[in-house]
Design a protein around this ligand. Structure first.
Ligand SMILES: [Zn+2]
Length: 263
């Protein structure tokens, strides 16, 4: 008779390959096209006992993860984006820092934006009690945002204050639409491209990370309020929720490495 769970890992100590397989499946990494090379980007130690999570994979965050004794660093913005890069300059420093520390680096970009349970937009939607959330904002075949209705209408300023409480940072507000917020779309990071889609869906407000200059006029000409809460600040939610999920599933302790960019 065989054990029903022959490879079930001990809590608090998981073979790397088991954990990576679980992550790839949970996040649907093979099923989501992206510019980011999602999944394990740098292979480190064979067994994972401690996890770190950060938004970016700068040399500083990688060094911080190594200093914190992490075996796995989960990031939203990894090191490899759709084209071959020589291992030189800052890119070399980042790769070398991880390799020297025997640190596994795992990136989840679009799979984490779009995830219904631990995704960046889904976590903000949950924090704001968004009702009847539906996916929108398609990029490379995957919809990475959610839209729906807030349980109550509030003024644009009150809404921006609420978002500020959530992220800890002051929002940039472009009041292109009606002065109240009820029908809301959320696209974390660089989501201002979806102002037109927000207007087409009849949303009064889009909550996103950061604009390009041209998006100022889009907000007013499409008649949509846009609340910019920061690319970094809107994308801390997914990696934190994912690391917490690993703790729940595998008993792995984790910490968030906060390296804000102010953008
Ligand atoms: Zn991003």
């Amino acid at each position: 008779m065989t054990d029903a769970h022959p490879t079930a890992p001990t809590r608090g100590e998981v073979p790397r390959d088991t954990l990576i397989r679980w992550l790839n499946e949970y996040l649907n990494v093979p099923g989501i096209q992206d510019l980011s090379l999602n999944g394990l980007q740098i292979e480190g130690t064979d067994v994972i006992r401690r996890v770190a999570a950060s938004v970016d994979s700068s040399a500083k965050t990688i060094q911080h993860a190594a200093d914190a004794g992490a075996d796995l660093l989960l990031v939203h913005h990894g090191l490899f984006w759709g084209k071959a890069l020589p291992i030189t300059g800052p890119h070399r420093t980042r790769v070398r820092t991880a390799l020297m520390a025997d640190l596994n680096l795992y990136a989840a970009h679009l799979p984490l934006d779009a995830h219904p349970e631990v995704g960046n937009s889904a976590m903000i939607a949950q924090a704001l009690s968004l009702q009847g959330a539906q996916p929108f904002a398609e990029w490379m075949g995957t919809r990475g945002g959610w839209y729906g209705e807030l349980p109550f209408e509030q003024s644009l300023q009150d809404f921006a204050d609420r978002v500020q409480k959530l992220t800890g940072e002051i929002c940039l507000v472009h009041g292109g639409g009606i002065p109240t917020v009820r029908r809301l779309g959320i696209v974390t990071g660089s989501g201002a491209e979806y102002i037109a889609e927000a207007a087409a869906l009849g949303l009064d407000t889009l909550l996103t990370g950061e604009p390009e200059h041209k998006h100022f006029h889009d907000a007013f000409e499409y008649g949509v309020n846009v609340v910019y809460a920061g690319h970094y600040e809107t994308e801390v939610f997914g990696v934190r929720a994912l690391a917490a999920k690993l703790e729940e599933e595998f008993g792995l302790p984790w910490q968030f490495l906060h390296h804000p960019t102010g953008l």
